[in-house]
Design a protein around this ligand. Structure first.
Ligand code: CP
Ligand code: NVA
Length: 300
C-alpha cells in the first residue's frame, strides 16, 4: 500500500524535521521546488467547508506542476449512495493522490485502504496534521527551540489539539493542554503521543498553564459538526479565552497562534489576535509551503 499521511504519528522524527526544513528552504527560494508533480493529478475531496486547506492545496499542486481537482462530496455519486470504498477505487484509477477533509476519521482510513494511492488528511474529527506541520514550521522559523513550552487553550479533544500533541513529540517541545474535564484529549491519542516521547501536561487552570509559555495556541470552541453543542461549549470553554490577561502571564516574546478561522471575542480577543506576538497569518501562509514539501515527499 502506498504511503498515506493521515496522522503525524506516521512520520519519523527525522522525516518531520526534513519536511519542515524543506518547506522553509522552498519558502525562501521558490525556484528550488521545480515541478515534481508534472503530469500528475491530485483530487481534493471535501465533506466540510474550507478556505485555507482548499486554496493552499490547489495552489501547491499547481505550482508543483500538477493538476488539482476540487471535489465537493455533494457533486459525486456518493450522495446517491455509492460507497466510499468504490469512490476511492475509482479515484485511484485516475489521479495520483487524494487530499480529503472528512467528518469521520474512519472515512480516510477506508480511502487509504482502497485507493491504492497516497491519501492526505486535510482534517478529520480526530486529526489535522497538515495544520500542525505548518504550526511547527512557524515555531521553527521563529527560533522556538526544542524544550520550549507550547500551551494550547480550549477544546483539548479537538483535531487541532490532537495533532499538536503528536507534533510536540517530533518537535521536542513541552506541551500543556489547558482544558476543562469535559474536553480532555482522546486517550488513544495520548497513548500514541507517550510512545513517541511527548511530554504532555493537562490542566484545568488556564492561568497556571500559560506561565512562562513560549507559544500560546487556541482554536474555535465549536468545531465543524459540533454546532448542536454550541451553548454548552461556550459556557465550559469561556475561562480558556486567550486574552491580554493570559498573554501577560506568558513570556513577553510568546508567539500567539491560531489555526483559523477565528471567532474573535470568543476563544481569542481581537487585541491579542492583532498583537505583535501573533504570527497567525504567517502560520496560514505556511500551510502552502509545508504541503508542497509533503506532496513532493509522497509523490516523488
Ligand atoms: N485552518 C484550516 O484548516 O482552515 P480551513 O478550514 O479554512 O481550511
Ligand atoms: N477544530 C476546527 C479546526 C478548523 C480548521 C474544526 O474542526 O472545525
Amino acid at each position: 500500500m502506498p504511503r498515506s499521511f493521515l496522522s503525524l504519528s506516521s512520520l519519523s522524527r527525522e522525516e518531520f524535521h526534513q519536511l519542515i526544513r524543506r518547506a522553509v528552504a522552498g519558502k525562501k527560494n521558490p525556484q528550488r521546488w521545480g515541478k515534481p508533480l508534472s503530469g500528475k493529478s491530485v483530487a481534493l475531496f471535501f465533506e466540510k467547508p474550507s478556505t485555507r486547506t482548499r486554496i493552499s492545496f490547489e495552489v501547491a499542486v499547481w505550482q508543483l506542476g500538477g493538476q488539482p481537482i476540487f471535489l465537493n462530496q455533494n457533486d459525486l455519486q456518493l450522495v446517491r449512495g455509492e460507497d466510499i470504498a468504490d469512490t476511492a477505487r475509482v479515484l485511484g484509477r485516475y489521479v495520483h493522490a487524494i487530499m480529503a477533509r472528512v467528518k469521520n476519521h474512519a472515512t480516510l482510513e477506508a480511502m487509504a485502504n482502497y485507493a491504492g494511492i497516497p491519501v492526505i488528511n486535510g482534517l478529520s474529527d480526530r486529526f489535522h496534521p497538515c495544520q500542525a506541520l505548518a504550526d511547527y514550521m512557524t515555531l521553527y522559523e521563529n527560533g522556538i527551540a526544542p524544550g520550549a513550552k507550547l500551551v494550547f487553550l480550549g477544546d483539548g479533544s479537538s483535531n487541532v489539539a490532537h495533532s499538536l500533541i503528536l507534533g510536540s513529540a517530533h518537535y521536542g517541545c513541552l506541551i500543556t493542554i489547558a482544558t476543562p474535564a469535559e474536553f480532555l484529549p482522546n486517550g488513544e491519542v495520548l497513548t500514541i503521543a507517550a510512545r513517541l516521547g511527548a511530554q504532555v501536561t493537562i490542566t484545568q487552570d488556564a492561568a497556571e498553564a500559560v506561565e512562562d509559555a513560549d507559544v500560546l495556541y487556541t482554536d474555535v470552541w465549536v468545531s465543524m459538526g459540533q454546532e448542536h453543542d454550541a451553548e454548552r461549549r461556550h459556557t465550559l470553554l469561556a475561562p480558556y479565552q486567550l486574552n491580554t490577561k493570559l498573554l501577560q502571564l506568558a513570556k513577553p516574546s510568546a508567539l500567539v497562534l491560531h489555526c483559523l478561522p477565528a471567532r474573535k471575542g470568543e476563544e481569542i480577543t481581537a487585541d491579542v489576535f492583532d498583537s505583535p506576538n501573533a504570527k497567525i497569518f504567517d502560520q496560514a501562509e505556511n500551510r502552502l509551503h509545508v504541503q508542497k514539501a509533503l506532496l513532493e515527499f509522497l509523490l516523488r
